[in-house]
Design a protein around this ligand. Sequence first.
Ligand code: SAH
Length: 516
Amino acid sequence: MSEKNSNKVGKVYLVGAGPGDPGLITVRGKSLLERAEVVVYDYLASPKLLKHVPKEAELIYAGKKGGVKHTHTQEEINQMLVDWAASGKTVIRLKGGDPFIFGRGGEEVETLAESGVPFEVVPGVTSATAAATYAGIPITHREHTASVAFLTGHEDPTKPGSNIDWAKLATGAGTLVVYMGIKNLPIIVKNLVDNGRDPKTPVAVVRWASTPEQRSVVGTLETIADIVRENEIKPPALIIVGEVVTLRDKIDWFEKRPLFGKRIVVTRTREQASELMAGLDENGANCLEYATIKIEPVDSYDELDEELERLHEYHWILFTSLHGVKYFFDRLHKKGLDARSLNGPSVAAVGRATADLLLTYGIRADLLPAVFTGEGLAESLLDQGVEGRNILIPRAEKAREILPETLRGAGAQVTVTPVYKNVAPQGKQQELRDDLASGKVNMVTFTSSSTVRNFLAMLGAESSDDVKLLMKDVVIAAIGPITAKTVTDNGLQVDIQPENYTIPDLVQSIVSYYTK
Ligand code: SAH
């Protein structure tokens, strides 16, 4: 029986998105996003969280950036939540930080309550505690302070009728954290000093806390307004006032990570970018993901299907990429077969990751070359003797011919079967060119020759001079010698190349480059 939508009761979940790092949402918040039908999200909620939302869900940006014209008024947002719920939807209202701390979350649920709409509220990590933590400032500390107050700096503190009793607050709490206070910073510090707080009290201002864009400056009540102006620190930022700020000298950890503040372009395929990005992220880098390759199935699997019928005739099957493994086994499974079809031939993998993936399909590679390249694999096979051997290579539609050619040259019978194809995705050209031209990018990483070629194709460069100009101040990291050669063949220089051609080694070399 089909359910009538009008009978379904909608519900609104006010969910704290956390301060910026998408990893700082609660488990409850994430699981709600995973079953959202409508998401109404703010400027301060990390857009990266939207990847948890089902594809069919409606995404509504509610805006609200201080000083900029609001996309929707608060009343419109309140009404929108009521209307969507009334139409039977599961609505997630995703708000930066904690919904009930200076986020007008209270007003939103008041409207829901008045309208009889069912709702729940999921707290979040508020930006005050996150900014303190990520700036290396324990917000309370036994030796420095036993109390903390959160206040808004949005109100003009000179106006009569301000909700903030500065006379009491100035010395009333050990640590003060001020939200939305950048514009009024000079008046805020004056008010604190005028009301008895020591002008030498340390102050930190932290912008975009917990994200790769985080920036912090430190001063005292006397100096901080000038420091913020000189350093052009803009909202969103928090002001932390109190003796605890001095602890930052000792325990600043986030901004001290080796790659902090470095913008690194990752050019792997979307599917494979994660390991490299995770490694770079872990070291504090700001990864800009440009998936230069999109992996797609080949148009026809007739060729592969024929080979799958006669796998027993092969002496060797060579897997030269992760995708080769994946698409080969996907098709095998689709045909109702499994790893047992490979009980005849020996299996070789080009590198460790490919061998590891094979293992997850139930196959332990019989051969792993000393050097993880097509040439390395060819050499290891030649050592075993390939004359008269039947060899199958399931791989990309377009790939280097060195492996099959070398093997044929040594008398092997080689069948190359395309199981997937690489295509360069379109559409990000201007964004990439702008990022490079503005000097925003510190490094570009390449993990295969096709990432180099597709990267250049994506740049849409007119000439090699155009490329050189765009890449003038950009450091280039290449995973191995073949990739590096493709880079130099295109008139660019390789600055970083690990000794071993693996992602962890690449990450390590990048870290060493910036720490040496
Ligand atoms: N509900 C939110 C606060 C919303 S008010 C929370 O709990 O964090 C908006 C203010 O929050 C901004 O003006 C800024 O002062 C602060 N803020 C939010 N995210 C921030 C971040 N990542 N870094 C620094 N300040 C942030």
